[in-house]
Write a protein that binds this ligand. Structure first.
Ligand SMILES: [Zn+2]
Length: 164
């Protein structure tokens, strides 16, 4: 999925389609399990690491400020590279990709993983998400609230397609 461009449509590849068809034959329900801003954020130090969506477009990345770069920040968090979900042009694209995936009708559930930094899931009240970009849909600096609202919107759109 990290090779999808701005106008590409999400379609399961041949192996994913084969898996989905086989699961359907067996009556197994499959969950579309996406991430917010990094395609495989949980592979640090093991398998080839994931990368942000639309990785050829650095303007879509979170631009970490001092709170993320600080000495007390774990390395995996400091070195993470994720898209800024509080950037509407990116979050609109992410919503469309997820919408297309769910519209295929082959996924019976949906889940989202990761965090606003681009790692596999780092939860903290000590290190705020601060994105310093002045090109995104938040003021430069603390982007926690804008990121949370973007995530809530993504979830709301998916719930319209597939109510809980
Ligand atoms: Zn941002």
């Amino acid at each position: 999925m990290n090779n999808l461009g701005p106008d590409d449509r999400y379609e399961p590849g041949p192996l994913v389609s084969k898996f989905l068809d086989h699961a359907d034959e067996l009556g197994i329900k499959v969950c579309m399990w996406t991430t917010m801003n990094n395609t495989h954020p949980w592979t640090f130090g093991r398998l080839p690491a994931g990368m942000p969506f639309r990785h050829g477009e650095p303007e879509l990345l979170l631009q970490p400020g001092e709170s993320v770069k600080g000495a007390d920040t774990p390395n995996f968090l400091r070195n993470s590279r994720g898209n800024c979900i509080a950037n509407k042009s990116f979050s609109d694209w992410l919503i469309r990709i997820n919408h297309e995936g769910m519209d295929e009708g082959k996924y019976q559930a949906w889940a989202v993983d990761g965090d606003f930094f681009g790692t596999g899931g780092w939860y903290t009240s000590v290190i705020p998400v601060d994105c310093m970009s002045d090109q995104h849909d938040h003021l430069p600096g603390d982007s926690n609230y804008a990121s949370q609202q973007a995530l809530r919107y993504l979830i709301a759109i998916i719930l319209r397609i597939k109510p809980a």
